[in-house]
Design a protein around this ligand. Structure first.
Ligand code: GDP
Ligand code: ZN
Length: 347
C-alpha cells in the first residue's frame, strides 16, 4: 500500500468542509506523484466515516473486537489534501476513542475510486465527494418529483467514470408506473429495484449492498433518506424536508456520512450524500464510459482515432456494425444507450 500526503497533490482551499475542497484538474488525481513511506510507525489505519467542522470520525479496528471510532484532526502537512468519507486514513495520537480525545490524521491510503463533481461541465474545478466506493445507488421517484432521464444519465456517467457499478432504485411506484421511464435504460447493465410506500425491497437491496461500499445519490424529495433509514435503522437521516439547504449540522443529513448496513449475510457501507443535485461532468474521460460497454469497446478498437462514436461519426466502427446488422437488436439498443450517455457530457 502506498500513501499520499503533503502539499504536492492539490490546490489551495480555505476550509475543512469537503464540499468546498477544490483540487486542481489533474487526470491522474487518483495517483499521487509522490509516494511517501509512513513516517509514523505507531499509526493505525481506519475508515473516514464523516467530517464535521474539521473533525473527522475515523473507524479503527473495523470488524474486530477492538473496533472503535476516534475523532481526529488533520495534521498540518495534510492541510491542502482533500480528506473525504470513505478514505482510509492513517491516524496517530490518542487512539482509544475515549470521550474528549483527539487523534491526528497523518496520511491517506491510495484511493481505489474517487467520486468527483465539478461546478458545471465547462468548469474544470473539481470537488471531491467520496473515496473508495465501488457502487453507486441512484434513487429516483416514479413521481413527485417527476423522474428525469437526463439527471439519471448524468449520475450514470459519473458512476462509470469513477469505475463504480450503478444500481437504480425507483421509489414511489405507488404513485405512478415507472415502466416508460425505465425503458430508457434498456441497453445498459443496470440493476433496477422498484419501491413503494410500505413495500420497500429491503432484502433485495441489502443483498446488493453486502460486501460493498455504495454511495447513495438522488435529487431531494425522492425518498432517499426514507430508504437509508429503513436499511440502516440507527441512521436517523432527516426526512420530508423539501428545501435541502438547511445549514451545517442542523440536520443530520446535511453532510456526507458512511453508515453500516448489516443483515444475516454480512455487512456493507451505505454512503449517503445530501445535496448532490447533479454532477458537473467536465472531467469525464469518454473512454471510461465506452469501457462500461465491454463488447462495444472491442468493436470500437477499429474506429478512427478521436472517433466520437456518436450517430453522425464518419467511419465509426460501431455505427457501421449497427448499420450492417452485426450488432443485432440488443447491441443496437446498447449503442443507443452509450451514445445517449456520451451526448450527456457533450463529447
Ligand atoms: P429525500 O429528500 O430523498 O431524502 O426524501 P425523503 O426520504 O425525505 O422523502 C420525501 C417524501 O417522500 C417524504 O414525505 C416521504 O414520506 C415520501 N416517500 C418516500 N418514499 C415514498 C414512497 O415509496 N411512496 C410515497 N408515496 N412516498 C414516499
Ligand atoms: Zn466510433
Amino acid at each position: 500500500m502506498s500513501w499520499l500526503g503533503g502539499d504536492d497533490e492539490v490546490d489551495a482551499f480555505d476550509e475543512f468542509d469537503e464540499s468546498r475542497i477544490r483540487t486542481r484538474p489533474n487526470p491522474k488525481a487518483n495517483r499521487p506523484r509522490t509516494k511517501r513511506r509512513p513516517a509514523h510507525e505507531d499509526a493505525e489505519t481506519g475508515r473516514v466515516l464523516g467530517v464535521d467542522r474539521g473533525r473527522y470520525s475515523v473507524l479503527l479496528g473495523e470488524g474486530t473486537a477492538d473496533e472503535r471510532t476516534v475523532t481526529a484532526a488533520r495534521a498540518r502537512e495534510l492541510r491542502r489534501t482533500a480528506i473525504v468519507t470513505g478514505d482510509q486514513a492513517r491516524v496517530v495520537g490518542d487512539l482509544s476513542g475515549g470521550e474528549g480525545t483527539l487523534a491526528r490524521i497523518v496520511g491517506l491510503a491510495e484511493r481505489t475510486s474517487l467520486l468527483r463533481r465539478s461546478a458545471d461541465d465547462t468548469d474544470q474545478v473539481e470537488r471531491v465527494i467520496v473515496a473508495n466506493a465501488d457502487q453507486m445507488l441512484i434513487v429516483v421517484a416514479a413521481a413527485d418529483p417527476e423522474p428525469r432521464t437526463r439527471l439519471v444519465d448524468r449520475y450514470l456517467v459519473a458512476a462509470l467514470d469513477a469505475g463504480m457499478r450503478p444500481l437504480l432504485v425507483v421509489t414511489k411506484t405507488d404513485l405512478a408506473d415507472p415502466a416508460e421511464f425505465l425503458a430508457h435504460f434498456d441497453g445498459l447493465d443496470l440493476t433496477v429495484f422498484t419501491s413503494a410506500r410500505g413495500h420497500m425491497p429491503l432484502e433485495q437491496i441489502g443483498h446488493a449492498l453486502t460486501g460493498h461500499a455504495t454511495v447513495f445519490v438522488g435529487h431531494s424529495g425522492v425518498g432517499k433518506s426514507t430508504l437509508v433509514n429503513a436499511l440502516v435503522p440507527d441512521a436517523h437521516r432527516a426526512t420530508g424536508h423539501v428545501n435541502e439547504v438547511t445549514g451545517r449540522g442542523r440536520h443530520t443529513s446535511s453532510s456526507t456520512v458512511s453508515l453500516r448496513y448489516r443483515d444475516a449475510d454480512g455487512s456493507g457501507w451505505v454512503i449517503d450524500t445530501p445535496g448532490v443535485r447533479s454532477f458537473g461532468l467536465g472531467h469525464v474521460d469518454p473512454s471510461s464510459i465506452l469501457a462500461a460497454y465491454t463488447e462495444l469497446a472491442e468493436i470500437a478498437e477499429d474506429c478512427p482515432r478521436g472517433c466520437t462514436h456518436l450517430p453522425d461519426a464518419v467511419d465509426c466502427a460501431l455505427n457501421e456494425a449497427a448499420a450492417n446488422g452485426t450488432l443485432g437488436n440488443t447491441g443496437r439498443a446498447r449503442l443507443e444507450s452509450l451514445q445517449r450517455l456520451l451526448t450527456t457530457f457533450g463529447v
